[in-house]
Ligand binder design. Sequence first.
Ligand code: G6P
Length: 367
Amino acid sequence: ALIGKGNHRHFMMKEIAEQPTVIGDTLQAFMNPLERRIQLPDLPVDLAGLSRLTIVACGTASLAGHVAKYWLESVARLPVELDVASEFRYRQAPMDPDGALMVISQSGETADTLAALRYAKSLGQKVLAVLNVPESTIGRESDVVLHTLAGPEIGVASTKAFTTQLVLLACFAIAVARARGVIDAAREAELSSALTELPARIAEVLNHDVHIREIALKVAEARDVLFLGRGTSYPIALEGALKLKEISYIHAEGYAAGEMKHGPIALIDENVPVIVVAPSDELFDKTFSNLQEVMARGGRVVFLSDADGIRKLGGQAMAAVELPRVDPFVAPILYTIPVQLLAYHAAVAKGTDVDQPRNLAKSVTVE
Ligand code: G6P
């Protein structure tokens, strides 16, 4: 079927706007609606006995894996190894016989991810694939497919595929935690309802579009942009930088907030916007002190936080976007939306080809 842009100028914006719907669809596929209990399909591995999960992917999909690593380690107490496929496949990594491989891919056709899968299979690993296109090469060669229901993604810069990957991986982490006996029913119910509320919370963030566009117009004037975050906000900082450079061609770097003092702080002056991903969570105060170091050096901070965080900051930032307060577990999913919108509007302001950025392809089948 021919897919149109609806009322949107670009597929990317249409796909950003679809996120409440496709996240709801993906959740429904993994959550029993009556009991709100997460249910995975039958898996080829015993989650309780698993010694380690190795997650391999490319590009934005690898950043979904990066968030999943934090979730699986902190919530499910499962050791996770993470690498980009183009490195993993050449490392000759020994693989634990009681471990398993997880690959994450929108297209299911990425050559490096496929090669990493074949390497792990040759060592006897079972393969779980998180895919948006189950009838793909990776889908056919995996032991089980966990299907994100993002629907066809046309924009080269991944948006709804990423957030549906995150939602699916969050469900996976909860299921692993239950199988390993490390989560109680009350906490599981809390996490499940935080996920269930996400489509509504995301719709609220999409309503800030006009405000985010105003900020993006300022960001679009910069030559370099820095994104900072800690914990699960760190991969979102990486994703924000990746999105911005892919479609606006502005040089952007994502950094762990605590690593800033070991290098990027040297770049900071009044010409470098610093986008800080900072939901109110147990790491907030640490990130906040990194932010004060930035402001002390004249850096122009764009602060993404909730009402509590913004109150703490006072009027010191160049700009702030107030997001709804959510359980920190789901914050990386929610905070993806403003970084997508920032990149989108900066690219539109620069007049680039948003859906087909130069030198990039939707699916990379060369190594
Ligand atoms: C390309 C796309 C990215 C994507 C990456 C991995 O570089 O432009 O948006 O994240 O490939 O693709 P996959 O289909 O494996 O998720």
